[in-house]
Design a binder for this molecule. Structure first.
Ligand SMILES: *Cc1c(COP(=O)(O)O)cnc(C)c1O
Length: 419
């Protein structure tokens, strides 16, 4: 459920009419709903109600905007970060180090140092090589880095190949078959307090079955590691729960997910950690855009909007679907190709889409753009970065400025020796 609703035929974010934001801030613009973020955070936490003291971390990469992070921090969420930049954002948003976990397959030495400096709750180590390096750095400080070993369970998450992370050929984690050996080696290093396991098999999962299979494998490994004399106090089950992008699609709810987790992990005797991203932020945001013009085609007309693949990359990257709705309701419909202005055919949001009839100047939104939206933006075609707005009731604020193409150009220079 979200708080983008029609009132008197005009789409609103909570109590704010979207035309007001378009007028004041310009388009394209990302618009987030605080009430929706808060609701999703609470529904997720309530879904885990059967568990004892779960640690819930927002996957910052899904939406790293500081105001969004602050909303979630106030809901009691910590942060799952995958870079030094994200770690700094989590801290700036008020998340405390005891609720920050550092994931990622290529943490640099500087990033490992930053994690140690910060005193984060846990490093999710993705390889023996990384574990050795972290152990050295921590030992040199006379510290023990708290960490978990990320396992690659070789499970097909049944999602898009580019966001599947738990198959043997994906770059993430230590293969399940090497986990015993890796745990024995790393667990013995004086610089590490290795007391956890971690897993994350992919994103936009439509089905709980692959998660259950992966968790089952982790449960078996947990037993084997304990038998071998290791102490395991935490298991990080990652994120991945999918959200509906198309009206009418149905997905497992956080309650279904929580019930499955409670059943599978009943005897584990560990603190469970969760890293939801998309399920919290996805439906809490829209990309508001204006139709530049409608161009006649040989077949369908092209609805050319002022947003493009550099602003919202998911359709170009994954062939992803985003519902496209006009801001002012209209009865008339058309079948159109919805495209951005960028000089690539990949800059296509939808083809043969049955949509309301739109004309130049109309406002429309791409729905479900709150996760993996603004954060994936680029400045391709020398377009700037789109601003972000957070709405709360009848208030709204620009929470990220538009960075125009000129500001980006200002960071470039032509060396004198070229002339
Ligand atoms: C991306 C990611 C997540 C979040 O995934 P969602 O599908 O957005 O819930 C969680 N954990 C890790 C390690 C990730 O890389």
């Amino acid at each position: 459920m979200d708080h983008f609703k029609l009132t008197d035929g005009i789409l609103h974010a909570e109590d704010v009419p979207l035309p007001t934001i378009a007028q004041e801030v310009g388009t394209p613009v990302y618009v987030y709903s605080r009430a929706t973020l808060g609701r999703h955070a609470r529904v997720f936490r309530e879904g885990l109600g059967e568990l004892d003291n779960p640690l819930i971390l927002f996957a910052v990469k899904a939406n790293p905007n500081l105001a969004v992070l602050r909303v979630l921090q106030r809901e009691g969420f910590g942060a799952d970060v995958v870079s030094g930049g994200e770690l700094r954002r989590a801290l700036a948003a008020g998340m405390t180090p005891d609720k920050i976990v550092f994931s990622g397959v290529g943490k640099t030495r500087a990033e490992l140092e930053l994690g140690l400096d910060t005193g984060i709750a846990q490093f999710n180590i993705e390889s023996r090589e990384e574990g050795r390096e972290l152990a050295e750095l921590a030992a040199a400080r006379g510290e023990k880095a708290r960490c978990a070993l990320r396992i690659n369970p070789d499970v097909d998450a049944g999602t898009h190949e580019k966001i599947s992370t738990g198959k043997a050929d994906n770059k993430f984690g230590v293969p399940l078959h090497h986990a015993g050996e890796a745990f024995a080696e790393l667990g013995a290093l004086p610089g590490l307090a290795l007391e956890g396991l971690a897993i994350h098999i992919g994103s936009q999962l439509a089905d709980l079955a692959p998660l259950e299979t992966a968790f089952g494998k982790i449960g078996t490994l947990l037993g084997q590691l304990r038998e071998a004399g290791h102490t395991i106090t935490r298991v990080d089950l990652g994120g991945g729960l999918g959200v509906p992008y198309r009206t009418g699609e149905s997905f497992p709810s956080p309650a279904d997910y929580g019930a499955m987790v409670a059943r599978v992990t009943r005897d584990w005797g560990v603190q469970l950690v969760f890293e939801p991203g998309r399920v919290i932020a996805g439906n809490a945001g829209v990309l508001l855009t204006r139709v530049v013009r409608v161009k006649r085609g040989l077949n369908n007309p092209f609805v050319i909007v002022d947003a493009a693949m550099n602003d919202l990359a998911r359709p170009a990257l994954y062939g992803a679907w985003h519902d496209f709705e006009p801001v002012a309701q209209t009865e008339e419909r058309m079948t159109a190709n919805i495209v951005g202005p960028i000089c690539e055919t990949g800059d296509t949001f939808a083809t043969n889409r049955d949509c309301p009839a739109l004309v130049a100047g109309d406002l429309a939104v791409f729905r479900t753009a709150g996760a993996y939206g603004a954060t994936m933006a680029s400045s391709y075609n020398s377009r700037g970065f789109v601003p972000e707005v957070l709405v709360s009731g009848s208030d709204y604020a620009v929470v990220a400025d538009r960075i125009d193409a000129g500001a980006i150009m200002d960071a470039e220079r032509v060396p004198e020796w070229l002339d």
